[in-house]
Design a protein. Structure first.
Lengths: 158, 158
């Protein structure tokens, strides 16, 4: 897949992952590495915790939403640089055996004010379970090179 | 470490991690699992990428900031439930050999309006490199049980 420039992105363009199961082993493996709280690592102790059972780390779901997009090809060779995340919300717990669908939609496109040879692409990411329950949402901002240095550069084609 | 209630948190209380090195192996291992882009997984291809070398996935740094806090004891047995993240910004790349210090500070405390038996704790997390460079910042919100059902409950001690 080739590189895309800022001008190639379309407002509203979207992508959806295949159904992606999450196992107890995956929940525990991520949490042992990065969020070793009993509700994520120990089914017996998790049963006495706030979710009455083992649940995935919220950071696991965020990372999984990135993984699925990249594995699908993402934006190809586009050298997008992640700037940040806003309004990340964990709406509902993810348990072993849940099957997730990640969706990503281009929500805003604007020329970078600090660096007009680049554009800012904001995407809305949602993760839902097999029954449609929303489990996570966030807005991601990335910077990509533009074909033209300015939106209406004379003598350059867009 | 015992459980803390909402009333036990103090505005401005802070915690800082020990210096935490990040190796090329760790950068590649996280990225293979969750962000398999060449700039995170392949030093040779990363050299031709936007950062001119291997850099850690931003999600790796976010997850690492959680891991260090939990490993240090975190908020002990407090059944804090993560609600979300705001204003996450990746300010500078993290490269193999960098040594990170994570800092977490209680930035806001308020009673939950939807559920007055709980409180909302907002913390500001920053990650800096050995030379002081800020590499990531975010604001994290969590919900914890309160000792008293309402701030001024008659007949209950706070």
């Amino acid at each position: 897949m080739s590189a895309r420039f800022f001008e190639d992105f379309q407002l509203g363009e979207s992508w959806e992952s295949p159904p992606t199961p999450v196992s107890a082993d995956e929940i525990v493996a991520f949490a042992r590495g990065f969020d070793p709280q009993p509700m994520h690592t120990d089914a017996a102790r998790a049963a006495a915790g706030p979710f009455k059972g083992l649940v995935a780390s919220g950071w696991h779901i965020a990372a999984l939403s990135m993984r699925e997009f990249v594995l699908s090809g993402g934006y190809g060779e586009t050298p997008m640089v992640g700037l940040g995340i806003d309004e990340l919300r964990w709406h509902a717990p993810v348990r072993a055996g849940d099957v997730l669908i990640v969706r990503r939609e281009v929500a805003e496109l604007r020329r970078s004010t600090s660096n007009p040879t680049h554009g800012i692409v904001r995407t809305r990411v949602t993760v839902r379970k097999q029954d449609g329950t929303l489990v996570m949402s966030l807005i991601s901002a990335g910077r990509v090179p533009a074909r033209t240095g300015t939106p209406d550069a004379v003598g350059e084609s867009a």
